[in-house]
Design a protein around this ligand. Structure first.
Ligand code: GLN
Length: 393
């Protein structure tokens, strides 16, 4: 791709528009039901909306501190004390960012340099690889083995070189809907021991974890915590993805490096949003304590509505999402083709998995988002069944 009149070569010639944007845009054009991109279709808690209106009225309308407002960082530290039983210094170890995506981007720019390598696990969230390349590094992709997407730590050990600077671990894992086991963190810690490798732990779905499983946080693992950027999202936790407010927890030395990038990237995050969350979060711990049950009920409702259909599913272990196996309906279709047909003929937008791979295996899965009103999930299941009936004829 050539950009600009001067014929300048862009830095990401092979990158197009994200699959999330493509599917959402096409769904809007077609008036389809969008259960692809991960965002709720129900309102935020009115008390959170009220806190935002108050913050604006009270004058929280100028630049917030670069690191994040002190009130919000203190509220985050208090929340981490309850949710992870850990002490974090709100001033030195927490940075508020423009969503988790900015935290991920800024952390990568902070530690990956020219010629460095960063290990990612495929299917990998789509922002990791371009962010590594923009830093001048190379992403080393290690596929997780379907159908259960487990880690092969011997393979990771074999992929580590003297140039490895970063490993990115996402749990619960978007888009595979799996979660890391305690043993995974132990194995990872052993691999990183005595090596100059930082961990970037993407834990935005920390509270969306099902069937009594426990979230394995890098923050709760003392050895990993000392070498990790751990990234979270209020968009996910407060059902407000459009607020674009996330944060990164890291030891003071790593936080200093992160902030050097953050200050020239987004500089600081919307002041009234921070004020509103700082006010709401300490008063409403149920907002995060209840998330697992809330989404588990939605996952179960959706799977129940598809029982007996040709769509197969292992119940998601965590995240906003559920994978559907369509191999009984269209055994020969690739996932991009199947998702396109489902959208154009079935009126349902989903997300195929192959865009999350460097070398996509043949995987008969599409990802659906269960962070939707029950009526939306019911209608989606009805359309999926109707699509299957037509496909069978
Ligand atoms: N995190 C969202 C998802 O996985 C997508 C966000 C985006 O479109 N960049 O669906």
């Amino acid at each position: 791709m050539r950009v600009g009149d001067g014929g300048t070569e862009g830095k990401l010639p092979d990158v197009g528009t994200t699959i999330f944007t493509l599917m959402s845009r096409r769904a809007a054009e077609l008036g389809a039901l969008n259960i692809g991109q991960g965002f709720p279709d129900y309102p935020v808690d009115p008390r959170l909306a009220g806190a935002l209106a108050e913050a604006v009225a009270e004058g929280h309308n100028q630049y917030a501190p670069m690191e994040g407002s002190v009130a919000l960082r203190e509220a985050i530290a208090a929340k981490l004390r309850t949710s992870h039983r850990i002490e974090v210094d709100p001033l030195a170890e927490i940075t508020v960012t423009c969503g988790a995506t900015e935290a991920i981007y800024s952390a990568i720019q902070a530690v990956v340099g020219h010629g460095d390598e960063a290990i990612v696990f495929d299917p990998a969230y789509d922002s990791y690889d371009p962010a590594i390349r923009l830093a001048g590094g190379r992403a080393v992709h290690i596929p997780l083995a379907p159908p259960r997407f487990r880690y092969d730590w011997d393979r990771v050990a074999a992929a580590i070189t003297p140039r490895t600077r970063l490993v990115i671990l996402n749990t619960p894992l978007n888009p595979a809907c799996t979660v890391a086991r305690a043993g995974d963190l132990v194995a990872l810690a052993a691999l990183l021991r005595d090596r100059p490798i930082t961990l970037l732990a993407d834990e935005v779905y920390e509270h969306v974890i099902y069937d009594g499983r426990r979230h394995q946080s890098a923050l709760a693992h003392a050895e990993l915590r000392a070498k990790s950027f751990v990234v979270y999202s209020f968009g996910k936790t407060l059902h407000a993805t459009g607020w674009r407010t996330g944060y990164c927890v890291a030891p003071a030395a790593l936080t200093r490096e992160l902030r050097k990038v953050h200050q020239f990237n987004t500089f600081s995050i919307a002041a009234p949003l921070q004020a509103a969350i700082a006010r709401y979060l300490p008063k409403h711990p149920e907002c995060w304590q209840g998330l697992a049950g809330f989404f588990e009920a939605k996952r179960d409702r959706f799977l129940q509505a598809l029982t007996g259909s040709g769509f197969g599913a292992h119940p998601a272990e965590g995240s906003y999402f559920q994978l559907l196996d369509y191999s009984a309906i269209a055994p020969d279709a690739g996932d991009l083709e199947f998702a396109r047909r489902l959208l154009e003929e079935g009126g349902v937008a989903t997300i195929p998995l192959s865009p999350f791979y460097l070398e996509p295996p043949r995987l008969p899965f599409v990802r659906v988002c269960v962070a939707k009103q029950d009526a939306t999930l019911d209608e989606a299941a009805r359309r999926l069944r109707a699509f299957e009936d037509r496909a069978a004829r």
